[in-house]
Design a protein around this ligand. Sequence first.
Ligand SMILES: N[C@@H](CCC(=O)N[C@@H](CS)C(=O)NCC(=O)O)C(=O)O
Length: 202
Amino acid sequence: MKLYFSPGACSLSPHIVSREAGIVLDLVQVDNREKKTKAGEDFWNINGKGQVPVLEIDNGQRLTEGPVIVQYLADQKPASGLVPAPGSIERYRVQEWLNFVTSELHKTYGPIFRQTTPDEFKKLSKENLGKRFDWLDRQLAGKAYLMGDKFTIADAYLFTVLRWAPRIDIDLGKWPVLKAYVDRVAARPKVQEAMKAEGLLQ
Ligand SMILES: N[C@@H](CCC(=O)N[C@@H](CS)C(=O)NCC(=O)O)C(=O)O
């Protein structure tokens, strides 16, 4: 399988999941500004939405949307325990987290990163993120990971978007539980591997 990724972008989440699951993927780096792969392919032909991540599965089909890709990958290796069984209430809990991360966190960052967004909008978006972080800090109190003791695909995604906070001048130190959570996930050997492979760590 092939993963189209851009270093440090939301594609880091399926990248982490693949390594945690023991799935070896071919990594195809995409320049998200130029919309070209490293080999010079037009990325618009790979994904008409022009966004990473894209997972090309072995029959040539392409899957997009990070929260779906991570479930697909983890379902290939159910013994990894990265996602609860389909149909179980725990699976819906993980999906509840994935949906929260995608709609309440991930998509709030986008306009803050964009140079053309008016400052007032950026300020409001940062305040909204701060409110979500207040809530998350309480949810994670006394837990190692979102689902308890076990690292799941939802943690790979949450970690990926929390990593962006310093880039928009949000200091996670204001939320000690959240900060400890990010450090805990960052210390996982497979997470380190993925970050090194993307050039995010020495
Ligand atoms: N709904 C998509 C969003 C993916 C997304 O926002 N990708 C960003 C990187 S984090 C991207 O490729 N942005 C480039 C662009 O939109 O031009 C998903 O959840 O996978």
